[in-house]
Design a protein around this ligand. Structure first.
Ligand SMILES: [Zn+2]
Length: 370
């Protein structure tokens, strides 16, 4: 081997070592957390639910025959693929999906309240927080995983971001105002960070009517997040969407399903966008989960709260370069909502015990050091 070739070989070897170290310490890795409010395991794992579909009146569907035609199939596998084709056709085979209790994988919330703010607080702080007892729009003093990442990695204001359709997301994201970019339901994007596209989208939120006044439209939120990703390329983004909960509370099962079908296409677009950007391609983990489940019966599927059985049952999906292509978990250790924060941190090379000694551990087998 010539001296040039030897030097070149040494360079290549160094590059390989550097690349391995890069993955191990999480530098250059990114994490995107998407939460879909109140999405039940029944729809996620089995598509259109036989129990609800069998009770036309209590489904609240405008025309259940149309809904059946679109989403009813003979088997749960066919139904969920019809409902969420990207999730089941692309994410699941390349990543991992936890929470299908019929296959021996259980994910539950640990907080006893089974509604939104306690759930988001548990996701973001790694444990149930005894003082989070309502959905009131207030901050709590607990450091969140977003706060911790921002502090520990010394990231700038735009490098950690929260964008969501409900102001509760903005409150739950950090223990303090202004820690990093946090975007509520109806506010404009600050001029220094905005683009004309973001301005139009943010303004439209005030014109598009929603079921509940406190939430803005998820598609607009999603598109603001996508524009923000392209422009500012944050290391960590939490995208909080909520219409799955709204349509269920309104007892419109047809629109719950239409919404899940729509959000599936948006998740596909998000993933395609990530893979099209140098910053994110092959170095970004997508984690998708929910804050709570809902009731299991034709009467109470619309609701969730302490005592409404089924509200405690949730799911977690992970797709990324450090996660095995495990598919749907079966005969898997029990996992809880408290384990999401530590799972996020491991992809960034951070130790959850330094974040919160009481936090749940990372999801088992969700990280393969390379
Ligand atoms: Zn709700």
């Amino acid at each position: 081997m010539s001296r040039v070739a030897t030097a070149f070989a040494a360079l290549v070897a160094n590059a390989i070592v550097a690349a391995a170290a890069c993955a191990a310490d999480g530098s250059g890795r990114n994490v995107i957390l998407v939460t879909l409010d109140g999405v039940r395991i029944q729809e996620l794992f089995s598509g259109m639910d036989a129990t609800i579909a069998a009770d036309d009146a209590r489904s609240g569907a405008e025309d259940i025959a149309v809904t059946r035609k679109r989403y009813w199939r003979d088997t749960p596998e066919e139904r969920r693929a019809a409902l969420m084709p990207w999730f089941w056709g692309t994410l699941a085979p390349s990543g991992m999906v936890l929470g299908n209790q019929s296959r021996g994988s259980k994910v539950t919330v640990r907080n006893p309240l089974w509604f939104s703010y306690p759930g988001y607080s548990e996701i973001l702080t790694g444990q149930p927080q005894p003082d989070v007892l309502s959905n009131d729009l207030v901050r709590y003093p607990h450091e969140t995983v977003l706060d911790y990442i921002h502090r520990k990695l010394g990231l700038g204001l735009t490098e950690v971001a929260q964008i969501g359709s409900w102001d509760g997301f903005k409150m739950a994201a950090s223990r303090a105002d202004g820690t990093f970019f946090m975007h509520g339901a109806f506010e404009p994007v600050p001029a220094a960070l905005s683009t004309p596209e973001m301005d139009v989208l943010a303004a439209l939120r005030g014109e598009v009517m929603e079921v509940w006044e406190e939430s803005s439209n998820d598609t607009l939120t999603f598109r603001i997040a996508l524009a923000y990703l392209r422009k500012h390329q944050p290391r960590v983004l939490w995208l909080g969407l909520g219409q799955s909960d709204d349509w269920a509370h309104a007892r419109r099962y047809d629109l719950v399903l239409e919404y899940l079908h729509l959000v599936d296409s948006q998740l596909a677009e998000l993933w395609r966008t990530l893979q099209s950007l140098d910053r994110y391609r092959d170095r970004t983990t997508l984690i998708i989960t929910t804050d709570h489940g809902r009731g299991r019966t034709p009467v109470d599927w619309i609701d969730h709260d302490t005592g409404i059985q089924g509200s405690q049952d949730i799911w977690i999906a992970i797709l990324g370069p450090d996660t095995p292509a495990m598919g749907e978990a079966s005969d898997f250790p029990d996992v809880t909502q408290s384990d999401v924060a530590a799972t996020m941190l491991q992809y960034l090379g951070l130790d959850y015990r330094d974040f919160n000694a009481a936090a749940g551990p990372p999801v088992p087998r969700s990280f393969i050091p390379r």
